[in-house]
Design a protein around this ligand. Structure first.
Ligand SMILES: *Cc1c(COP(=O)(O)O)cnc(C)c1O
Length: 367
């Protein structure tokens, strides 16, 4: 029987060749291909600087460190996200405050953010859920009013546009973080990247990526280096970067197909789904629908070869965050969304006949 996951990577001969070329070259880790990939991401997003990293979780962590976020500070993010959007603030010693979502997009609600701002708030971490950008202009206005940093968690949103600019341009934020995990819109196996227009943040990201080491002036010609801050090893390899360069060339094609599939589902399924706002032109990463009796739906789908996933268990309900004081009822819209959401297969190599099969299967389950 054919089976479908909720997401899947697409690699072709070009991708294989790109990786093979690096394997036969002198550099395996952070070398010329990483630089080339970073430049390609700058060209694509319009951002001035880019730092490729080992994964988006590391990217979010380094972003917090570069902004100097630490103990006593508060970061505001969405409860409907992957763990990393919140954990990154905890890595840096800061507290996490969640702000409830808007039900129609499942993105963080700007008014809810404003209610949660305190004297301790330092950074907003909006998550572009399912690929659709948050309303960054409004979030930017709020951040300016309260003197806050913005780090966009764009793990879902490489390829997406907001008001005719690419997500990652950092037109309305300090930094944007992408993920290239295989389920995301394009892949490097594991991998991520941080874009910024701020040279100082860029230099800090570079240092934090590699042990806090600096080589300046004369040092470049000798063995010397200096460590100024406590950095990590969050480097991307040239092997991954070569795959990234090759995948990025296909991203617009992936996007076109992803949007076609979303259109097809919207027209043919008749299930409650996310609403795309007029400012958005998303490279959709997920297609969540709302169903009654979600658990039953999940298991029946499995029997029919559909291996679906739920995005996400609200982060504040995780035992770790409950221990920090969060509880059921704190974020009613996020919790209501979670009760019914389930993500259907969405990835570029799904054919029209795959879609027909999936739609038929879903309709049979719901009968
Ligand atoms: C996948 C994901 C991450 C983490 O990405 P990794 O590259 O796996 O570390 C962070 N935030 C969101 C919203 C994600 O979906």
């Amino acid at each position: 029987m054919k089976s479908y996951n909720y997401g899947k990577q697409y690699l072709d001969e070009e991708d294989y060749q790109a990786v093979l070329e690096v394997l036969k070259s002198d550099f395996l880790t952070c070398g010329p291909k990483v630089k080339e990939f970073e430049q390609a991401l700058c060209n694509y997003t319009g951002a001035k600087y880019c730092v490729a990293v080992s994964n988006a979780t590391a990217g979010l962590h380094l972003a917090m460190l570069s902004l100097g976020i630490g103990a006593g500070d508060e970061a505001i993010t969405s409860p409907i996200t992957f763990l990393s959007s919140a954990n990154c603030a905890r890595f840096a010693g800061a507290d996490v405050v969640f702000a409830d979502i808007e039900s129609d997009t499942a993105n963080i609600d700007v008014q809810e953010i404003e209610k949660r701002i305190t004297d301790k708030t330092k950074v907003l971490i909006p998550v572009h859920f399912a690929g659709q950008s948050c309303d960054m202009e409004k979030i930017r206005a709020l951040a300016q009013k309260h003197n806050l940093f913005i780090v966009e968690d764009a793990a879902h949103a490489i390829g997406s546009d907001y008001k005719n600019t690419k997500v990652g341009s950092c037109r309305f934020s300090d930094m944007t973080v992408f993920s290239f995990h295989p389920v995301k819109n394009m892949t490097t196996g594991e991998g991520g990247a941080v874009t910024t227009n701020n040279e100082e943040l860029y230099e800090k990201l570079l240092a934090f990526r590699s042990h806090g080491m600096h080589k300046t002036g004369e040092m470049q010609n000798t063995w010397e280096y200096e460590m100024h801050e406590l950095g990590y090893n969050s480097r991307m390899t040239d092997i991954q970067a070569a795959l990234g360069i090759s995948q990025l060339k296909k991203l617009e094609r992936f996007k076109t197909r992803r949007r076609e599939i979303v259109d097809f589902y919207n027209k043919n399924l008749g299930l409650p789904h996310l609403f795309e706002k007029e400012f958005s032109n998303a490279c959709f990463h997920l297609y969540p629908v709302l169903v009654e009796n979600r658990k039953e739906f999940y298991f029946k789908a499995k029997e029919k070869g559909l291996n679906l996933q739920v995005h996400y268990i609200p982060v504040h309900l995780q035992p770790y965050y409950r221990k920090l004081g969060y509880k059921a009822g704190d974020y009613p819209k996020a919790e209501a969304y979670y009760e019914k959401c389930i993500s259907l297969p969405l990835y570029p190599i799904l054919t029209d006949s795959d879609l027909t099969f999936i739609i038929k299967a879903v309709k049979e389950i719901l009968q």
